[in-house]
Design a binder for this molecule. Structure first.
Ligand code: ADP
Length: 374
């Protein structure tokens, strides 16, 4: 019998599950937030994912529920589980991707290396944390942040006054040590409900203005020890919190060669888009295999290097389709992926993957193809 996978959220991550679902013989259904979303081709319902009855009616005709994002409220998720619905990842795991304070506390229990951190309830507590950490810190809103929104470098407790004002009674912000990292990495693993885990090679991620701009897979100059430690961290977290589906662990590498966990994502992730063209099993296929509890696919790279460059909407005039066509014409070796979104400045509207034997060539070509959209 065909397994029906329901995806909550109609963004590009749901969109990129459509082709692999067809290939795997799965039926994909999407609950989209609006008409005309990225994943509209598979959208069988439009509605509010925060409304239990909307979600209940969507999941009635599916066998497994998974996500395009991590924002479905715990009450909704727990009600589905109580109804007997298969939810992957389940609410017990997903809470650690929904709240950064809850995540930090759990990672500490698991003994995973991470920046120094503390919950801070007011400017005084934040000031003390800053004083104890060399005069600076990073403050984060525990919930709802993305692409660097909800992350601020501070030098004084008063620098977060507006966020303390906006926080509810008794709610804390997360203060973290300001890590002077040499680069950012990401480790992805996939885990099935039955426990099988596979790990991808650790990759380097480059952010601009808090947004992922480029990914190099595998991470350059990654010696064996680094590769092993990153994989062990990914496996320990996936097992320790019972993740099902894809898990991305964002990491900092420091100049004294420590690896610290920045944050977690429990779904396909921007740091894994390279795998669509650069790995034996792309992350969207892998996520579907994992949530449907099918045997997982091999994660080996198909080529020595794969470079992913995000395409952000810019001020450029002209239809997006024309620019995609130009990029494809001039760079036939580039794999261009489009999200079907209208291009607002800074909005992710697609990405380019280029694989090859020479890293500099791959970087150059991927950037040149993406530059057609500037
Ligand atoms: P988001 O949830 O918006 O992606 P992150 O927690 O990943 O937020 O932070 C966004 C970026 O801010 C990171 O990619 C990193 O560049 C920087 N950053 C986050 N935490 C720290 C930290 N403790 N020290 C230094 N830089 C940090």
């Amino acid at each position: 019998m065909t397994v029906r996978v329901g995806v909550i959220g109609g963004g590009q991550l749901a969109r990129m599950m459509i082709a692999p679902a067809v290939e795997l013989g799965l039926e994909l259904r999407v609950l989209a937030e609006d008409e005309g979303m990225s994943a509209q081709l598979a959208a069988t319902a439009v509605g509010d994912y925060r409304d239990l009855e909307t979600v209940r009616s969507f999941v009635r005709d599916v066998d497994v529920v998974t996500f395009d994002h991590e924002h479905v409220p715990q009450e909704v998720l727990r009600a589905l589980v109580a109804d007997g619905v298969q939810v992957h990842p389940g609410p017990d795991a997903l809470q650690f991707a929904q709240d950064k304070l809850v995540m930090r506390a759990r990672l500490a229990e698991l003994g995973v290396p991470q920046p120094d951190w503390a919950p801070v309830h007011d400017e005084g507590e934040l000031q003390r944390f800053i004083d104890e950490h060399g005069g600076g810190a990073v403050v984060k809103t525990p919930r709802g942040g993305y692409d660097g929104k909800g992350v601020r470098v501070v030098r004084a407790g008063a620098d977060a006054a507006d966020w303390f004002d906006a926080a509810g009674e008794g709610e804390a912000l997360l203060a973290e040590e300001l890590v002077s990292f040499t680069r950012e990495l990401a480790q992805q693993v996939a885990r099935r409900p039955s426990g099988q885990i596979v790990a991808y090679p650790v990759v380097e991620t480059v952010q601009r203005d808090g947004v992922c701009a480029e990914v190099i897979a595998p991470a350059p100059d990654a010696h064996d020890r680094l590769v092993q430690v990153a994989e062990q961290i990914g496996r320990r977290i996936a097992e320790g919190i019972g993740v099902t589906g894809m898990l991305a662990v964002e990491l900092f590498e420091t100049d004294d060669e420590r690896i610290l966990v920045n944050e977690l994502a429990m779904r396909p992730h921007n740091s894994g888009h390279w795998s669509q063209d650069g790995s034996v099993t792309g992350q969207f296929e892998q996520h579907l295999r994992a949530v449907a509890d099918l045997p997982l696919g091999a994660t080996e790279p198909r080529s020595p290097w794969t470079v992913m460059v995000n395409i952000l909407g810019g001020p450029a005039e002209g239809a997006l389709e024309d620019r995609f066509a130009r990029a494809m014409a001039e760079h036939p070796e580039a794999k261009v992926h489009t999200y079907g979104k209208s291009p607002r400045p800074g909005r992710k509207v697609g990405h380019v993957n280029v694989s090859g034997d020479d890293l500099d060539d791959a970087v150059y070509t991927a950037r040149a193809a993406a530059d057609h959209f500037l």
